[in-house]
Design a protein around this ligand. Structure first.
Ligand SMILES: [Zn+2]
Ligand SMILES: [Zn+2]
Length: 246
């Protein structure tokens, strides 16, 4: 019982410690992470699939291909309803732990770190693109009730404030309580999200250029299903930006 409250107590009395390994932070430290932890984050900067933004594997890079126009196997074989997807960093190690703390342990302070990552990734990959609306991948109301917040809404809201782009609050709704995607394989994930979303304000998305935000993209099934619904309801185009790529 007492174990459950130890991290919260440490944070209460020692707020200037790295959230991951407890290292004391410098007075000018940002983001609640020590330098050593921060340095372990792998950012996605170049050599990505032009459609989905997944990093090119080393073996693929060695082939005789034009890296600038590289399309990954997944995008070659399946239909993307979004135009482009990009992510700030690889979903592993430090960033995986940070996202876990943010989503499941209510370390909301990490939103600042994720906001900076999304902003930098946006500038790098979508620099001159203009959007009419920012939207978040929705959570089922019951799950939101249990978790107390939808992490994607927080990310989307912070991002929209930074860029002065309108955030369409809860424009997408999750109408079915589906299983968590984390335990499913690629084809199960596709089935699991099929038809689970609806639009609360369909008239607001017509002819709009939309940037959809989420924390992690792995198989892209969830964002693709959201994009399909938006495009089917006459959105002009949908791009996707996530903090991490699995
Ligand atoms: Zn650390
Ligand atoms: Zn791809």
């Amino acid at each position: 019982m007492i174990k459950k409250y130890i991290p919260a107590l440490i944070n209460l009395f020692y707020p200037n410690h790295c959230l991951l390994d407890g290292t004391k932070l410098e007075s000018n430290a940002k983001f609640h992470l020590c330098e050593a932890c921060f340095k372990k984050i792998k950012f996605i900067t170049a050599s990505v699939c032009i459609n989905c933004g997944s990093p090119i594997q080393k073996e693929e890079e060695n082939k005789d291909i034009k890296v600038l126009n590289f399309v990954c196997r997944r995008c070659f074989h399946s239909k993307n309803w979004f135009r482009f997807a990009r992510s700030a960093c690889i979903y592993e190690g430090v960033i995986k732990s940070c996202i876990h703390l943010f989503k499941y342990k209510k370390k909301i302070a990490l939103r600042k770190l994720f906001a900076i990552f999304l902003i930098n990734s946006f500038k790098l990959h979508f620099g001159t693109e203009k959007y009419d609306l920012i939207m978040a991948v929705p959570m089922h109301p019951f799950k939101r009730f249990l978790r107390e917040f939808n992490h994607s809404e927080i990310l989307a809201c912070d991002f929209s404030v930074n860029f002065g782009i309108k955030y369409l609050k809860r424009g997408l709704k999750r109408t079915k309580f589906s299983k968590s995607q984390t335990i499913l394989n690629s084809s199960q994930r596709k089935k699991n999200v099929k038809g689970v979303f609806s639009l609360s304000k369909p008239h607001r998305i017509r002819r709009k250029k939309i940037l959809l935000i989420d924390d992690v993209a792995t198989t892209l099934s969830t964002v693709n299903e959201c994009a399909k619904l938006l495009i089917s309801n006459e959105a002009k185009f949908v791009d996707v930006l996530t903090v991490a790529r699995g």
